[in-house]
Design a protein around this ligand. Structure first.
Ligand SMILES: Nc1ncnc2c1ncn2[C@@H]1O[C@H](COP(=O)(O)OP(=O)(O)OP(=O)(O)O)[C@@H](O)[C@H]1O
Ligand SMILES: [Mg+2]
Length: 248
């Protein structure tokens, strides 16, 4: 299977903290890969390396077949990134935020306008087009942030906790979008702390202390934990098992 993301031996330290400590990761085209793991495990650091936003101490990263030079963005337009710290301009309107993002990604001016209208509709934000981003509700900000990531119809979406703090209906809506995008052939790499969401991913990788400790289909991970503790564990129990006891 062709990989959309290939990471080999990635290492990144901040002072004494080895945030990413030798990670190999492959995300195949057309899958939803969920990265889970305790806070501080290194998920965001790994993601920022993949997006070319952060340098690395060692290792190789390839995205959509291109080697990613350290700390450089390389596949603009083909990679849509939703950062954990939502990067919206509070003093720009919803529409202006999208326009700015489109220009930043080198989208042709003529194309941007039509695409903005389309994505506003898709994200149910059309009625807020001329509102300042700073005045949006939390869920609306998140919809705008996802709209920015989707604007250029990127082949690869990298979404850092896209559903955090959303009401259950909106979370459900986001997941319907993710599966729609997957069905259209997009690849999604996301992080989440909601373990029932991990069960909706094609594959799940569990990160702990800078390492990718275990990965597999959700059912495979459940089966592995079931062998150890018996019963049919929920994804939450799977998480707690790997977080507490560890493996290998
Ligand atoms: N720019 C930075 N400078 C210093 N330390 C950093 C920096 N970025 C991350 N770290 C440290 O690296 C470790 C991993 O952080 P990271 O944000 O990657 O974790 P995470 O798995 O995304 O956690 P969360 O689930 O809370 O988002 C943490 O100990 C964090 O304090
Ligand atoms: Mg994070």
């Amino acid at each position: 299977m062709e990989a959309a993301v290939e990471v080999q031996g990635a290492v990144k330290s901040f002072g004494l903290v080895r945030a990413v400590d030798g990670v190999d990761l492959r995300v195949f085209r057309g899958e939803i890969y969920g990265l889970v793991g305790p806070s501080g495990a290194g998920k965001t650091t790994l993601i920022r390396m993949i997006c070319g936003l952060l340098g690395r101490d060692a290792g190789e990263v390839r995205v959509l077949g291109h080697p990613i030079p350290e700390g450089k963005r390389h596949v603009e337009g083909r990679l849509g990134y939703m950062p954990q710290e939502r990067a919206l301009y509070r003093d720009l309107t919803v529409e202006e935020n999208l326009l700015f993002f489109g220009q930043l990604n080198g989208m042709p001016r003529g194309e941007i306008r039509d695409r903005i209208a389309e994505i506003l509709e898709f994200m149910r934000l059309s009625h807020l087009a001329v509102h300042l981003a700073g005045n949006l509700s939390g869920g609306e900000k998140q919809r705008l942030s996802l709209a920015c990531a989707l604007l250029s119809k990127p082949e690869l979406l990298v979404l850092d906790e896209p559903t955090v703090g959303l009401d259950p209906a909106l979370r459900q809506e986001f997941w319907e979008h993710f599966h729609e995008l997957k069905d259209e052939g997009h690849t999604i790499l996301l992080t989440t702390h909601y373990l029932e969401e991990a069960g909706r991913c094609s594959r799940v990788g569990f990160m702990r202390a800078g390492r990718l400790q275990v990965e597999g289909l959700p059912a495979e991970l459940q089966a592995r934990v079931a062998q150890a503790v018996g019963g049919t564990p929920s994804m939450e129990e799977v998480f707690l098992f790997f977080a507490r006891k560890g493996v290998e």
